[in-house]
Design a protein around this ligand. Structure first.
Ligand SMILES: [Zn+2]
Length: 403
């Protein structure tokens, strides 16, 4: 049984009264949230292209059909791999009953200090502390601080009878995986697929600093990153090696064909209107039952279940691991780890899959920075250090929380 499962069981067995919220009330709440799902801060974001692909898979449906054949640009040369099926958890919906958990009860049951009120003038924020972890939650805000990175929750914490509560799904799918050690990422074949976003007739976002486009910078990022991984033992495949158009389905299919352990998509962001948005964001798929942080005109349905939802916990562990490393290397603004359903390049995977936005091409300062080889080398080093730490935890220079 995994750590989080044990923790959850302990909590549930000691405080059964937490789970007595009516399911009807909860679903009404979820539908209301889905209908009013918020936009990303900073206005309309256009850094990642929404997809033209089949309708999402429902829980009761069969898995997504196999995408078309791979492109000429990324023929896999398979390394010797472990036999048998890839180790992967069976797809499953959330296991916790839906409801709100009193922070104080959860903390006391699991050996954390009592929640400490940080600010009561404009916002109500609470700090939680354990031996190895610290977190901060603000009533009414989905933006939380989990150790040394921002992480967006599915539901804003709220006061019930004057006491701070957090949603059970956020505990199960985000907080407990991040508070546990990251050793559960299923690395079996040391195979990783890097996905330089866009390409060919899809240029991605244009830099405001020069007539240059996202597709050029993502490809360069992948080219710099690849050798840094290969020298430490990864078998690296890339979805494109030149300025070629590659469908999102083919990007997913390559990872399936080479039996990749991990999939990492590389992008740069853009906000319209406005030049003020800046910083780093990392995305992974929204767990079932939870509204997304970012929807970008996608009909975000919490009842949808995608193949990649089998990796909800590992997705957020990988996302946070990469996010922290890139933050530490670049010192850019932390815009957080986000959950989203609209990114089709993530949804169909049978492996942990994340998407990193390495800065805003619509922000003059960051556009200049992204245009420099030195910054893109920093991005490559940051991602390599986080990924290589999975294979060589003893030699990585990771912080306490990244081990
Ligand atoms: Zn993009």
């Amino acid at each position: 049984m995994k750590l989080e499962s044990r923790l959850i069981f302990r909590t549930m067995s000691r405080v059964p009264q937490l789970w007595k919220f009516s399911s009807g009330y909860f679903f009404l709440f979820v539908l209301l949230l889905a209908a009013t799902a918020c936009r990303a801060p900073g206005g309309k974001v256009t850094g990642v292209t929404p997809l033209n692909e089949p309708a999402p898979v429902r829980l009761a449906d069969k898995p997504m059909p196999a995408p078309p054949a791979p492109t000429e640009t990324a023929k896999p040369q398979l390394p010797a791999m472990a036999s048998g099926p890839l180790a992967k958890p069976a797809p499953r919906p959330p296991t916790l009953p839906n409801g709100w958990v009193p922070l104080e009860v959860w903390a006391g049951t699991n050996g954390w200090s009592k929640p400490r009120l940080l600010d009561s003038t404009t916002t109500l924020s609470y700090a939680l502390q354990s031996t190895n972890h610290s977190s901060r939650f603000t009533i009414g805000s989905r933006e939380a601080r989990v150790d040394d990175a921002d992480c967006w929750l599915g539901f804003p914490p709220k006061l019930i009878n004057g006491r701070p509560h957090i949603h059970a799904l956020d505990l199960e799918k985000t907080l407990l995986p991040l508070w546990s050690r990251n050793g559960e990422l299923p690395i079996r074949n040391r195979v990783i697929v890097l996905d330089p976003g866009h390409g060919g007739d899809d240029p991605g976002s244009r830099s405001v600093a020069a007539m240059r486009f996202e597709k050029e910078f993502t490809l360069d990022w992948a080219r710099r990153l690849r050798p840094l991984l290969e020298t430490r033992g990864w078998h690296v495949f890339v979805t494109r090696t030149n300025d070629a158009a590659v469908s999102l389905a083919d990007r997913v299919k390559l990872a399936e064909d080479v039996r990749a352990d991990l999939f990492v998509s590389l992008h740069f962001n853009s906000a319209s209107p406005g030049v003020n948005s800046a910083g780093l964001e990392t995305y992974c798929l929204t767990p079932m039952g939870m509204p997304s942080n970012v929807t970008r005109n996608y009909a975000d349905d919490p009842n949808e279940f995608f193949p990649n939802n089998a990796f909800d916990e590992q997705n957020v562990q990988l996302a946070a691991r990469l996010h922290r490393s890139v933050l530490a290397e670049t010192n850019r603004t932390d815009r957080g780890v986000h959950r989203a359903r609209f990114m089709g390049v993530l949804r169909g995977h049978n492996r942990p899959a994340v998407l990193i936005e390495g800065g805003y091409l619509s922000n003059p300062e960051e556009a200049e920075l992204i245009g420099t080889p030195a910054y893109r080398q920093k991005l490559a080093h940051a991602v390599a250090r986080a990924l290589n730490g999975l294979l060589h935890p003893e030699s990585s220079r990771l912080t306490r929380n990244e081990r």
